[in-house]
Design a protein around this ligand. Structure first.
Ligand code: ANZ
Ligand code: ZN
Length: 802
């Protein structure tokens, strides 16, 4: 017997499978399709991280199993390769980002191939490939044509270090998600996508999909639906009124002042009338510097300035109330103005305490000395005229009705979700295919001339005035208007990194199509994605953006399903051996290449699955890797002394059926760790009792999705018939998953005294006979009277004695 040498066998089988196109999915073959999807990576300069193979292996296992079960499996890989790190690297080293991308992709591909994933590489895609982004641009143009893309002057989150406008979602805790610099506000003209138009559907249709609960919750929170009312408060001695948004219209009688966002247009408009405008202006300057995050932080000391000379009128009480500006009210939410109800809203309460404003309670039971009474959803209204005595839940619609009758307000639904800032002033992204003409305005580049390719430039740095480096390429910028032929200018902003990943799963179904994003036949057959696994960090943005694009494409008849993904699961992170995040700076990064080199791909794959529960974060362990290698060596050694035999031997028959059942189920539930534990149990049994060819075949099949190379090699060495990759998934007989002999506990007056062994299908009479024949039974009943005997078939016998 040769020793186990992964280096020799892994390359051999990878070449064999590729040669035979074993993993190719063929639309023409039809049958039952299965489309599992993993998030395609950003090919960074660092190469593959050991975190990548965790979800890839888990889904590879399912993909392989389904292929053996006869399904037409579409399992694919590609590159999400536009983006800042590549551009930054290109700038620093003066290499074209295209070159950098090529190099990184080649490295990633080599690494992934060395792990033996069953990808259909003939469908590889790359978001920076013009034949791919042609369709990213085409989809953008369809959105533009349907009024879903618009350009507007927007306060944008600006990262002074990356010199780039960031989407809200790229700002984490007030800082740039990428570089950690504190984000400031700037106004810029930006392309926006109207994702808000889809807010309700993005929320509602979550009911139709099988996403893990944590993912659904994050999607819901991000969309942030609030049901309430918009109410008009007159501004005294003007024709003006202020609209406020509230989720608690029942508390209008308790509103003792108003607060508007410092940026609210009323401030500018009534400049002349505001007696303390100096003070107001100073405050405005102070606020400008803060991010939305800092402004709304709960713990933060409240600040604000009263607008002296301007007062509102509470529409319910008719009383005059002061208007303040404060940074805790955001211009970007609701109407940018609130009715403050310090008796029932904690932020308002803190503000009122600080500035000595009146606080009243309009729901019974509050103790407003120590804070707002917020826990009052079931409470009874008080001090609120016609609402008095009503429960809060009745008072809300009653108040809305009253407001509607008086023309002072109406029911209103708000979403936290904002439109998507779709412009970047950077080079390495898809050019936005629009031309600006003095006469015609924004005109789409004709679809026939897509892709609009990125021109080569000398300089990748964003310009100092914040314009994209493309603005410097004059012969590209200056063009003619596609409509009127007069001189016109191209848009120089590019698309954000999220663009290419918003539809890539459609392209996999038909990656070489030059006429459409994918053919109708391919989309009808493969869509929707049956199972999408990805990181929790992509739950809000990527998932929401791609669902939005998909719904739009559905509306215009391009895709056949409302939702792109039937099912979504998520994996946990792999941490460093020290339990901290794996990162260069901590010096705890494990390179998968080193593991493959030292132990083999099958060991790495097995370890990545055996490391722990799939959804949990787990620390890496070199010892764990070694343990998995030893397991595979024990498997390897089973070839020695293999018994002849084409049926399971009696002593392992139940174990074989049980194992097929358990391993199959575990793989489908992303519990490869417990499946591997079962496979280890099998190896133990084989070491004790030997193993015959039939048993070994089944075992190798079951292990194959985890460790495809060693199993294929053993199959060949042991001459088990053909190649493993051509076999069917083993089946089990449910009858035979149960042991033939079972133990039945016998209780006396509720206490188990002994157990008897019987055949698993023994009748009641047989069980009683076995019990009575036992010596222990004699002892228990001696000198006693049997009152009752209760037998739960196959489980327990309870005897009551006196
Ligand atoms: C009066 C009130 C009384 C409120 C009460 C709450 C409790 P969500 O659920 O997040 O939608 N609000 C409205 N617009 C705001 C803005 N632009 N900036 C900051 N706060 C704003 O919260 C809606 C509530 O947040 C609204 O309901 C309003 O305060 C405040 F017992 O109005 B409420
Ligand atoms: Zn024109």
């Amino acid at each position: 017997m040769k020793t186990y040498d992964p280096k020799a066998i892994e390359k051999k089988w990878q070449a064999f499978w590729e040669d035979r196109e074993v993993y190719k999915s063929d639309l023409a073959a039809g049958g039952k399709k299965f489309y599992p999807l993993i998030e395609f990576p950003y090919p960074s300069g660092q190469g593959l991280h050991v975190g990548h193979p965790r979800p890839y292996t888990a889904m590879d296992i399912v993909a392989r199993k389904r292929r053996y079960e006869g399904e037409n499996v579409l399992f694919t890989m590609g590159w999400d390769s536009f983006g800042l790190p590549t551009e930054n690297y290109a700038m620093k080293n003066n290499i074209h980002p295209k070159k950098v991308t090529e190099k990184n992709v080649a490295n990633f591909k080599k690494q992934l191939k060395s792990l033996g994933f069953s990808f259909d590489w003939s469908r590889e895609i790359n978001t920076t490939d013009p034949s791919y982004y042609k369709w990213t641009q085409w989809i953008f143009l369809q959105m533009f044509k349907h009024g879903l893309a618009y350009k507007t002057e927007m306060p944008v989150n600006w990262c002074p270090s990356c010199k780039v406008g960031l989407a809200n979602e790229e700002v984490v805790g007030g800082k740039c998600e990428r570089c950690g610099t504190v984000v400031v506000h700037r106004r810029r003209s930006q392309w926006m996508l109207k994702i808000t138009e889809y807010a309700e559907r993005l929320l509602e249709d979550l009911d139709e999909v099988d996403y893990i609960e944590a993912v659904k919750i994050q999607q819901k929170n991000w969309i942030g639906k609030s049901v309430g009312a918009e109410i008009r408060f007159r501004v005294k001695d003007t024709d003006e009124s202020l609209e406020v948004f509230t989720t608690r219209p029942d508390t209008v009688f308790g509103s003792t002042y108003m607060v508007i966002a410092p940026e609210h247009p009323l401030v500018e408009r009534y400049k002349e009338r505001i007696e303390n405008y100096d003070e107001v202006e100073a405050y405005l300057h102070e606020v400008e510097k803060k991010s939305d995050f800092e402004r709304t932080e709960m713990s933060k000391e409240k600040t604000g300035v009263a607008l002296k000379g301007l007062n509102g009128i509470n529409p319910a009480t008719g009383k005059e109330i002061p208007i303040w500006i404060s940074d805790y009210v955001l211009m970007s939410y609701g109407t940018g103005a609130i009715m403050a109800v310090p008796g029932h809203d904690q932020r308002d309460w803190e503000f009122a305490k600080k500035f000595d404003l009146p606080i009243v309670c309009v729901v019974e039971g509050g103790d407003i000395e120590n804070g707002a009474y917020t826990d009052n959803q079931e409470g009874t209204m008080t001090g609120s005229d016609f609402l008095d005595g009503m429960k809060v839940e009745e008072a809300i619609p009653a108040m809305i009705r009253w407001l509607e009758e008086k023309g002072l307000g109406r029911k209103q639904v708000n979403y936290k979700l904002r439109d998507w800032v779709f412009s970047r002033q950077r080079y390495w992204g898809e050019p936005i295919p629009l031309v600006h003409c003095e006469e015609c305005g924004w005109v789409p580049v004709p679809e026939e001339s897509l892709p609009l390719e990125l021109p080569d430039v000398e300089q990748y740095e964003p310009t100092d005035n914040g314009q994209s480096p493309l603005a410097l390429v004059e012969d590209w910028v200056n063009t003619t208007c596609p409509k009127c032929n007069r001189p016109a200018k191209r848009e120089t902003d590019t698309m954000p990194q999220w663009a290419g990943s918003s539809w890539y799963f459609l392209r996999y179904t038909d990656p070489h199509n030059d006429e459409a994003p994918a053919s109708k036949e391919a989309l009808d057959f493969y869509m929707p994605v049956d199972w999408y696994n990805g990181g929790m960090e992509h739950t809000t943005l990527h998932l929401l953006y791609s669902r939005f694009w998909h719904k739009f494409l559905y509306d215009i008849g391009v895709v056949p399903t409302k939702e792109p993904y039937k099912k979504r699961t998520s994996h946990g992170m792999i941490l460093g051996e020290d339990g901290g995040k794996m990162s260069k700076s901590r010096g705890n990064v494990i390179n998968p290449d080193d593991i493959v080199d030292a132990y083999g791909a099958d060991t790495l794959r097995t370890y990545e699955m055996f490391i722990g529960d799939f959804e949990k974060a787990v620390p890496w362990s070199e010892n764990g890797v070694k343990g998995c290698r030893r397991f595979l060596e024990r498997v390897w050694n089973l070839q020695d002394g293999l018994l002849e035999g084409d049926r399971y031997r009696d002593e392992v028959e139940v174990l074989m059926h049980q194992s097929i059942e358990k391993v199959s189920r575990d793989y489908e539930n992303l519990k490869a760790n417990t499946a591997i534990a079962q496979l280890m149990t099998m190896v133990n049994a084989f070491q004790n009792t030997g193993v015959n060819k039939r048993e070994f075949s089944t075992f190798l099949m079951l292990l194959n999705p985890v460790a495809p190379h060693i199993t294929e090699e053993l199959w060949e060495i042991c001459e088990l018939g053909g190649h493993l990759c051509e076999q069917d998934w083993p089946t089990f007989d449910p009858e035979k998953t149960v042991e033939d002999v079972i133990e039945i506990p016998v209780q006396f007056n509720g206490k188990v005294r002994f157990k008897v062994q019987t055949a698993k299908d023994a009748s009641k009479e047989e069980v009683f006979a076995a019990v009575r024949a036992s010596e222990s039974y004699e002892k228990q009943v001696e000198g006693k009277e049997i009152v009752k005997e209760i037998y739960v078939p196959g489980k327990i016998l309870n005897i009551v004695v006196r």
